[in-house]
Design a protein around this ligand. Structure first.
Ligand SMILES: C[S@@+](CC[C@H](N)C(=O)[O-])C[C@H]1O[C@@H](n2cnc3c(N)ncnc32)[C@H](O)[C@@H]1O
Length: 225
């Protein structure tokens, strides 16, 4: 992977709780975050004494490299957000500056935790659609702002393979959001649900209490039923 192709923009523990409809107690489960990148969820859970594992291809880079990349892209991303005001819901994030401050705080927390987390084995490099974990190693796999969002870069087959791989390592998989970068529902969602149901999985689409992309307040949950 090349760092140039990655948008290292991360979310907080509170955002993960809302996107995936999780309570504090849920974090007593054995959870893996797939494609967590520079999210601060792992660092914040460590502070709370909870066990949580993040896997992402970007973890082959150093904390400084990931942080530098964030600072290179952040202004451009916010220019694009400000140029498309109708695409966003300003409630959880009150305005672009508040959003930018949150993203900077998240990155700072991630960077401060990363080297220690690598040593602890809490950050592991790896990438979909093949993860080097054992069958059933986790009870829950979370995937935020990667699958569906980048539908123009990754094929339907990649999505199906990735979800089945996460179902191999975890009893339940949750994915958020179901929208693409241009704020439309991904064309992959409905065929993927149908295919997974045909294979005997229990699939639900749940409304959650987090919406930043307009209409992006649904989470997909898939389990072995
Ligand atoms: C927009 S970031 C989202 C980070 C985090 N999940 C969040 O919501 O705050 C997308 C992440 O997907 C990761 N990624 C890219 N290709 C991947 C792959 N094949 N498997 C898993 N993650 C991948 C990137 O490195 C990046 O960290």
């Amino acid at each position: 992977m090349k760092l140039e192709n990655v948008v290292p923009l991360g979310r907080s523990l509170d955002e993960y709780k809302k996107m995936f409809d999780l309570s504090d107690l849920d974090f007593d489960k054995n959870i893996v975050g797939v494609g967590d990148g520079p999210a601060s969820v792992n660092a914040e859970l460590k502070e709370l004494g909870k066990k949580y594992l993040s896997v992402d291809p970007v973890y082959i880079f150093s904390a400084d490299e990931i942080e530098n990349k964030f600072h290179q892209v952040v202004d451009n991303i916010f220019e694009q957000i400000e140029a498309s005001p109708n695409s966003w819901v300003w409630s959880y994030h009150e305005n672009p500056q508040a959003l930018k401050n949150t993203r900077i705080n998240v990155t700072t927390k991630f960077v401060a935790d990363f080297e220690q987390g690598l040593q602890d084995g809490r950050y592991v490099s790896g990438e979909l659609p093949n993860l080097h974990f054992k069958d059933d190693q986790f009870s829950l796999a979370l995937c935020s702002h990667f699958l569906f969002l980048y539908s123009d870069l990754f094929s339907y087959e990649f999505h199906l393979k990735s979800v089945l791989e996460m179902l191999r390592i975890a009893g339940e998989v949750r994915i958020f959001p179901l929208l693409t970068l241009d704020v439309n529902k991904s064309d992959y969602v409905n065929p993927l649900i149908k295919e997974l149901e045909n294979q005997g999985y229990a699939v639900t689409v749940k409304k959650v209490n987090y919406e930043f992309q307009k209409g992006g307040n649904e989470m997909l949950s898939v389990s072995r039923g």
